[in-house]
Design a protein around this ligand. Structure first.
Ligand code: 0L1
Ligand code: MG
Length: 264
């Protein structure tokens, strides 16, 4: 296995950060490093996180990505991935997002978990997630792969922070004890037209499994999910492209609805 040097890692993270900051596309990173492993890709993602933190961005949580069969089929990968969320990605409910700041944004319906206790460990289970969760909430994730023409692979996506771009959370939190998340239905509407629908079970059979997966991947990096983190469990449906003028609404059984608009 070819190893990535410290300089390679820093340069790759910088390439991704510049593309994210200026909203321009780049070639997938594995074209230059075809033997890059998933573990090496996470070192690039960590370097990106450290660089953003050094510039004042605050990590607010994490996300599971590529967790549903429709998403994996859509992107041609067979494993989920994780990414981090920051305060700069947060958008207020009913707020607006500029498409011009991104490459090719797409929206997803997700269930967010807010933790009351820290969560971690290589053996983390869905039961541990239930015990550590304060409440769950409906969310829209806006993803934006920075790779030209969506041509990527799992390693490149992980370096690109699993396409994290923006997120919007709803205003109807619910205790997990009152819900069966597998049967929580979600409806994604764009300009009043139904774009997609599904149920929580699309996400690794149970969205809590996706949160446990995030904790286990972080454990491999010697990290945990701090109390207070927001963790997005992954798209219930395939992602849908958005353009300026679009109004998006995600409605969830028992979790209310979340809206956001897109401008130039
Ligand atoms: O949130 C996600 O499911 C991450 C998706 C990463 C690949 C993509 O940009 O669709
Ligand atoms: Mg997502």
């Amino acid at each position: 296995m070819m190893s990535l040097t410290e300089i390679d890692i820093a340069r790759l993270a910088e390439r991704v950060e510049t593309a994210q900051t200026y909203g321009h596309s780049i070639r997938k990173l594995t074209e230059d490093f075809p033997e890059m492993t998933v573990a090496q890709a996470y070192t690039v993602q960590t370097a990106l996180r450290r660089s953003l933190e050094a510039r004042g961005h605050r990590v607010t949580g994490w996300k599971a990505g590529l967790t549903s069969k429709p998403k994996m089929a859509q992107m041609g990968v067979d494993k989920p991935a994780i990414g981090f969320l920051t305060d700069r990605m947060a958008v207020a409910e009913s707020g607006s997002i500029s498409v011009g700041e991104m490459v090719h944004p797409r929206v997803e319906c997700e269930i967010g978990f807010v933790l009351k206790d820290a969560l971690g460990g290589a053996e983390c289970t869905a039961a541990d997630v239930h015990a550590a969760t304060d409440y769950v909430i409906g969310a829209i994730e806006v993803i934006d792969s920075r790779f030209t023409g969506f041509k990527f692979d799992l390693e490149s996506v992980i370096c690109d922070n699993s396409s994290s771009a923006r997120y919007v959370v709803g205003s109807r939190p619910q205790y997990l004890t009152d819900l069966d998340l597998r049967t929580v239905g979600a409806l994604l509407e764009i300009n009043g037209e139904i774009a997609a629908m599904g149920a929580g079970a699309e996400v690794l059979n149970d969205p809590a499994e996706a949160i446990a997966m995030v904790a286990r991947v972080l454990a491999e990096m010697g990290e945990t999910l701090p109390a207070g983190s927001l963790v997005l469990s992954g798209a219930i449906t395939a992602a849908h492209a958005v353009k300026p003028g679009d109004h998006v609404r995600a409605s969830f059984l028992d979790l209310g609805s979340v809206s956001v608009s897109f401008t130039e």
